[in-house]
Design a protein around this ligand. Structure first.
Ligand SMILES: *Cc1c(COP(=O)(O)O)cnc(C)c1O
Length: 510
């Protein structure tokens, strides 16, 4: 067992600090230190994990103890902790050979916008504490609403300044957006008829629903019905219609139908237009979880990915996935802004009923002015820039899918609809054979080891998932999962990642 070491051993200053020294923390800028932080960031962004391979146990031991110092350190002394531990111990998600997670590299203007957001430190819960940024938030919500739902501009002129409702909310991510949507659907159902506590309230979606729906269902006391998916990893509308019918026959209250535009596992897309029609025909709320795929609305792939969403009641989009925004940026848009009134709350000391406060409509209270990231991205990247980013992502995905198909060592396990694909390595003994359940179990075991070794070596990265795919029946398989989000990744990077896996596999097999 390795001895735990403290990350920082805080050294008290030789002389006790006066209160003036503490006050100086709020007033004195240090440009030399800022430059050192810049250098640390630049070096980090240019690296893979290779110089510091991932070792879980080492990290766990290293972060085992910490003490709050009596006398604080200087920032300069503290910076050493950052440089020696915190920065090197972080994951290199921005590397073009890291094709496994939904986190993109950030445009270089983002940290500058971030510095501004933090320095202004406006609180979006109230107009008093955010002023113009509350209006900017309502404007940017209007922009995204128009992309998705496409109402006339007169509608937006009116709604943006009608403070009795909102077109949507900013959240910390897709999870909070989805939970808020379920909340609105529950309130709407309650408003439309007498709530009968004895009736079971259900939400229907596919088995690939993000686990945020499990959280929301638990908080709100709902039952989730998870439908099996077809060979495209999406819902068959007949299956959903049948499930809805069965619920109605059993006197269950159907709160919402969920469609996914870009599943987390496969990037697959449910029949969104059909789900919206089904919901409308039965007066049931439809929510589209486009946390992953929603960004495509800003590109010419809009129809291919999001056809039909304009008929949904609400839509989730994650800014921090495909829109190149930093972590902490989710969006929920309501087709009918009146829906936001269902989840409105007030307090006497703040967010008063007649106020202009966006905090009336959010599950979260105090909230940062993340709207500025979206505003900056839309302004600086622009529609054309986003299209080019998505185009590169789609080209990279097609290239990788083809490279996998062309190699007898790999099996493509999901035909990509957008920029996520899954595949697996086939050890030599299993190639060209009919695979038994036991063979599939062995292959899964092999792929899990392969993924872990690749992660530990740190030269490239692919994530993994465990799902059944139709051609092999209900058995869960370990699948390698590539997320092709990074606009700096190119074909050579993709080839590098696959070659890395081939060389690891060869050494594991021998
Ligand atoms: C990522 C994701 C979520 C959750 O979003 P967070 O920002 O991680 O909270 C929800 N749904 C889908 C489809 C996702 O891909």
């Amino acid at each position: 067992m390795i001895e735990p070491v403290a990350v920082a051993v805080p050294q008290p200053l030789p002389e006790a600090r006066s209160f003036e020294d503490i006050q100086a923390l709020f007033t004195e800028a240090n440009h030399a230190l800022a430059e050192r932080v810049n250098q640390g960031i630049a070096q980090f962004l240019s690296e893979t994990d290779e110089p510091a391979p991932f070792n879980r146990d080492d990290l766990i031991n290293k972060y085992a103890s910490f003490e709050i110092p009596l006398e604080g350190q200087t920032f300069e002394a503290y910076l050493e902790t950052l440089e020696q531990h915190i920065i090197p111990d972080s994951a290199h998600l921005a590397s073009p050979r890291y094709l496994g997670h939904m986190t993109s590299p950030l445009p270089r203007f983002i940290p500058e916008v971030g510095r501004l957001i933090q320095s202004l430190n406006q609180n979006m819960v109230k107009m008093e504490t955010s002023r113009g940024l509350t209006l900017l938030e309502r404007q940017t919500l209007g922009l995204m609403h128009q992309e998705l739902f496409g109402f006339e501009s007169s509608f937006y002129d009116q709604c943006v300044h009608d403070f009795s409702s909102t077109l949507g909310i900013f959240t910390s991510g897709g999870t909070l957006a989805n939970i808020s949507a379920l909340w609105a659907a529950c309130r709407q159902a309650a408003a439309q008829g007498a709530v009968d506590q004895r009736r079971t309230r259900v939400v229907i979606g596919s088995e690939l629903m993000h686990y945020s729906f499990d959280k929301g269902a638990e908080i709100l006391g709902l039952t989730l019905i998870k439908l099996p998916v077809n060979q495209d990893n999406s819902i068959d509308i007949e299956v959903m219609a049948q499930a809805l019918q069965t619920c109605l026959e059993h006197d269950q209250q159907v709160i919402a139908l969920i469609g996914i535009a870009g599943t987390t596992d496969f990037g697959s897309i449910d029949p969104l237009a059909d789900i919206c029609r089904l919901g409308q025909a039965h007066g049931v709320y439809v929510h589209i979880d486009a946390a992953w795929g929603g960004g495509f609305v800003l590109s010419a792939y809009k129809e291919q990915v999001l056809a039909g969403v304009a008929q949904a009641d609400s839509i989730t989009i994650d800014g921090h996935k495909q829109l190149m925004m930093p972590i902490g940026c989710g969006l929920l848009l309501f087709k009918d802004p009146n829906l936001s009134k269902q989840i409105a709350h007030h307090a006497p000391y703040a967010v008063r009923e007649k106020s202009l406060d966006q905090g009336k409509y959010t599950l979260e209270g105090t909230r940062p002015a993340n709207t500025l990231y979206l505003h900056a991205c839309l302004s600086i990247i622009g529609r054309k820039g986003y299209h080019q980013i998505f185009q590169r992502a789609m080209q990279n995905t097609a290239y990788m899918a083809q490279a996998i198909k062309d190699s007898e060592a790999f099996e493509l396990t999901s035909e990509p609809k957008i920029n996520i694909l899954t595949y697996r390595y086939l050890p030599k003994a299993y190639r060209g054979k009919v695979l038994s359940e036991e063979a599939n179990r062995q292959i899964s075991q092999f792929n899990e080891t392969l993924q872990k070794v690749q992660r530990a070596r740190g030269q490239s990265f692919i994530s993994r998932t465990s799902r059944a795919i139709t051609q092999y029946g209900p058995q869960k398989l370990t699948l390698l999962r590539a997320v092709l989000l990074n606009p700096l990744s190119n074909e050579a990077d993709i080839q590098y990642v696959l070659d890395d896996q081939l060389s690891i596999a060869a050494s594991l097999e021998s």
